[in-house]
Design a binder for this molecule. Structure first.
Ligand SMILES: *Cc1c(COP(=O)(O)O)cnc(C)c1O
Length: 860
């Protein structure tokens, strides 16, 4: 008999064991092994059979066992210590309290997905895992972030395979009562809600769940509430499912609803209101419109005008773009946005034409019929970044159209390279190696950890790596058996799985979404060559592969099927396996168990990539195309760079060339080094690279480094600007008025005439060039502008490739808005040299030269 409704009854713990509930309901347990040990001590078998889920465990433990534990002095002592440790972790001063003066009191971090632990499956891949790591690192550092996301009833899909190797999707229902989250409630115990007006229907209502990620609260909105019609309940049904309208509703809820949820949260808990809002990818961008509504029309707001509110919002908003793949940019039909933000829409009182203008692709090559969330993201945030240096550069090129008067280098998009949360991703055994050498893993500063790397004897490192490889092999066999059973195989057919993969063979891992640019199947470009590597008599290689294709992406599913078919071949199936359902639970033993992490995207489409960082922290070596983070931190000795055929337009040809280079590297460099053992069976040369990887990459790839960078480069300066504008909004009103005045007057700004002296025909290095620029500023004052000389080496077309820039000073003013600006330039390099002069707007509250998009250049 099948139940028609299910819910989870939470256990009532004896008073003596109340701390177990406290530990289970703060997700810090997920990156804190000593807390996990406490759960294991409750009942080791149940802990395993409940898939290491504390809430499930506590629901499954029999009352008699609780009674026993309540009398068990040793257990109670341990439990008390774990609780005390958590209390200290939640309350003590950490990096942010000690090192950051005048940082924002709170930061709202908005993301459509959060990958924190396998027991809260609210992520699909890299973006979500990154958001999870961001929150955890913020918690460790004491950075006062509040996360804002959605709670999806099905999360993302679970992947399995058909007999033919075709991806199958299932969407198990998650019961919120069985998740480590709790409802936000008012003082009367009533659940707190927010609502959003939708066209053609009643308002959309959502309740607010709170997950505790260490010190960081994560608010998750959920429309599965009584009072919502069925099609509203489905707004939070699943991650990245449905059509544009469904996605728009989700993003409306995340952005507009998210800001409202933050307000309710502050009201009910006294938590400080965010001074900075971080939009993690375009999907959350509507938050900026709700903030404009709060400032312009809300009854309890200051009721400033739109442009003033825009300046307020921009100063306090950070936008991070995450993809250089044009198809990955979030765009809606403009008509849909008209419908949802027009009369009766989500942000009443905010003019629709201004909203449409924010997302409009009104630049060369843009499509007038779409509303572009990334474009709106840039316009609503004064600070924007990509997620690796290379991605920053690619983004500046990609979005140059928004600042057409400026060269790519001055497009105001910076970069902060992603990082990963070590306590989540580093195998405990690896941590213990360092702890054995006296490293303090509790410290905010991880340096001691990396100093320990050289002290651990090679034999010990190697023994640990073998153990981790073996753990992966055992986990992979279990998954393989389950997968074959799902595919309809009989147990008798599966004997071979007992010896699939080996704990002593060079193990290459490859797991990522099956998006086409990631080239899941590049390694099988030449199947015979691949086979010879797998089956090499002395230096075999084994491959562990995983990845999900988007449910609507048949191309991706075909790639998976190709891999699965190859791995079904009895000749090689013990050396190449595809494991269905790549998720955090699979990833945790996967990264530490691999010797080499393979990544072969089509450069430069991998914005950053983080899986290779997780492998590196576990002593894995990267074998990767120079894309994303690897382009930045590969140093020649910490792994291998797969050469790319960047200029080759013929994709087939390019794949052939890059696959051949990959095979060569494995055959000639990777495998020989791995199997080159000394008389004690230790691959000394391999371990040299492992140590170098840990020391060179370890400190850089950490999420704590990333979050510190965000605080210093973006959050704190944004809060500073916002405070300057915010005291009584006059700063913002002045800035808005100034921008309006500058834009209106810009038409008459020109460089009329430039003179120089001091350098004759035979200029030498060290000579000083004096520049005099005569400019017309029309109605603008000299203080409103910078007059700059740009100078340096020029190319064959007289283009200044990377000019130096220096400001000229006002020396004289004449009638009719005319002025003279002077300055000197020292010629410090030999070769072809050139210079030019330009005028740009000047205001201390601007963060980049290109912010207004206007410039006046000296005539050629
Ligand atoms: C780290 C991780 C990702 C993202 O890896 P990329 O290298 O950025 O593709 C995706 N899924 C899981 C489960 C992960 O742990």
């Amino acid at each position: 008999m099948r139940a028609i409704r299910r819910f989870t009854v939470r256990p009532v713990l004896p008073d003596a064991l109340a701390a177990l509930g406290t530990l289970a309901n703060n997700l810090r347990w997920s990156w804190h092994p000593p807390t996990q040990d406490v759960f294991a001590a409750v009942d080791a078998e149940l802990w395993e059979s409940c898939a290491y889920d504390p809430v499930r465990l506590l629901g499954a433990v029999p009352k008699t066992r609780f009674a026993e534990l309540a009398e068990d002095g040793a257990f109670l002592e341990r439990l008390g210590a774990a609780e005390a440790d958590l209390t200290a972790y939640l309350s003590e001063d950490r990096w942010y309290q000690k090192k950051v003066a005048d940082g924002p009191r709170a930061i709202g971090y908005f993301s459509p997905e959060f990958g924190i632990t396998e027991v809260l499956p609210q992520y699909s891949g890299g973006l979500g895992i990154l958001a999870g790591d961001h929150l955890k690192a913020a918690s460790d550092l004491g950075v006062p972030i509040v996360g804002v996301g959605l709670l999806y009833r099905h999360g993302y899909f679970k992947q399995s395979l058909s007999r033919e190797g075709w991806q199958q999707e299932t969407y198990p229902v998650l019961d919120p009562d069985g998740l480590p989250i709790s409802l936000l409630r008012g003082p009367d115990g009533e659940r707190a809600t927010i609502s959003i007006d939708l066209p053609d229907g009643p308002p959309l209502i959502a309740r607010i769940w709170v997950a505790s990620v260490g010190r960081v609260p994560l608010l998750m909105l959920d429309t599965d509430v009584e009072g919502n019609p069925e099609h509203y309940v489905d707004v939070t049904d699943r991650l990245y499912g449905g059509n544009s309208e469904h996605r728009l509703r989700q993003e409306l809820l995340l952005g507009v609803g998210g800001v409202r949820a933050l307000r309710v949260f502050s009201e009910l808990t006294g938590h400080p209101a965010p001074e900075v809002f971080h939009t993690n990818e375009g999907h959350a961008g509507f938050l900026g419109l709700e903030r404009i509504r709060e400032l312009t029309v809300a009854e309890d707001g200051p009721q400033v005008d739109f442009d003033t509110a825009l300046e307020m919002g921009r100063a306090s908003t950070v936008f991070t773009t995450h993809t250089p793949v044009p198809a990955g940019i979030d765009r809606f039909p403009r008509t849909l946005v008209e419908q949802y933000f027009g009369t009766g829409g989500a942000t009443p009182g905010v003019p629709l034409d201004r909203i449409l203008a924010l997302g409009s692709e009104d630049y060369t090559g843009g499509d007038p019929s779409v509303f572009n969330m990334a474009v709106m993201g840039f316009r609503l945030a004064q600070r924007a970044n990509g997620v690796s240096q290379l991605h920053g550069e690619v983004s500046r090129g990609m979005f140059n159209g928004l600042w057409p008067a400026f060269d790519e280098a001055e497009v105001p998009i910076g970069s902060i390279t992603n990082g990963v949360h070590a306590p989540t991703w580093v195998a405990r055994e690896m941590f213990d190696l360092a702890v054995g050498q006296g490293a303090d893993t509790r410290s905010d500063e991880a340096d001691a950890f990396w100093d320990a790397v050289d002290k651990v004897p090679g034999g010990e490192v190697w023994a640990v790596k073998r153990r981790l490889r073996e753990r992966l092999v055992l986990d992979a066999r279990k998954r393989l058996r389950k997968s074959w059973q799902d595919r309809g195989a009989a147990t008798a057919e599966l004997k071979w799985i007992d010896s699939a993969l080996s704990p002593d063979v060079l193990t290459i891992g490859f797991a990522r979404r099956a998006a086409s640019y990631k080239r899941l199947t590049l390694m099988m470009r030449d199947p015979e060559r691949l086979k010879s590597l797998l089956l090499h008599p002395e230096r075999p290689v084994q491959l562990v592969i995983a990845g999900k294709a988007h449910p609507a992406d048949d191309g991706g599913k075909k790639l998976i099927q190709d891999i699965v078919r190859l791995s079904d071949d009895p000749e090689v199936r013990h050396r190449i396996v595809f494991l269905p359902n790549y998720d955090i639970a699979m990833a945790k033993p996967l990264y530490p168990g691999t010797d080499v992490w393979l990544n072969n995207p089509l450069r430069p489409y991998e914005a950053c990539g983080t899986s290779g960082m997780k492998a590196a922290l576990n002593g894995g070596l990267n074998l990767s195309v120079l894309d994303g983070w690897w382009d930045e931190w590969y140093d020649g000795d910490n792994g291998w760079a797969i050469p790319t055929a960047d200029g080759v337009d013929d994709i087939d040809k390019r794949d052939d060339l890059e696959a051949a280079a990959l095979y060569d590297l494995i055959e000639n460099d990777v495998a020989p080094r791995f199997y080159d053992h000394d008389h004690e069976g230790v691959p000394t040369r391999w371990l040299e690279m492992v140590r170098h990887t840990l020391k060179s990459l370890g400190p850089k790839v950490l999420a704590t480094r990333m979050v510190r960078d965000y605080v210093r480069a973006l959050y704190a300066p944004a809060a500073g600007n916002a405070r300057l504008l915010n005291s009584d909004y006059t700063g913002a009103a002045e800035l808005a008025a100034w921008k309006k005045r500058v834009r209106a007057a810009w038409g008459s700004v020109r460089v009329e005439h430039v003179e120089s002296s001091g350098v004759g025909d035979a200029a030498e290095v060290g000579a000083v060039l004096s520049v005099r620029a005569f400019v017309c500023l029309g109605d603008l004052a000299p203080d409103d502008v910078h007059v700059q000389v740009l100078y340096g080496r020029i190319d064959g077309n007289d283009e200044l490739a990377e000019p130096s820039i220096s400001d000229l000073g006002l020396t004289e003013s004449y009638d009719g808005g005319r002025h003279r600006f002077d300055g000197d330039v020292t010629l410090d390099t030999s070769g072809p040299f050139g210079y030019t002069v330009r005028v740009i707007p000047r205001n201390d509250l601007l963060t980049s030269t290109a912010e207004l998009g206007v410039v006046a250049l000296a005539p050629a």
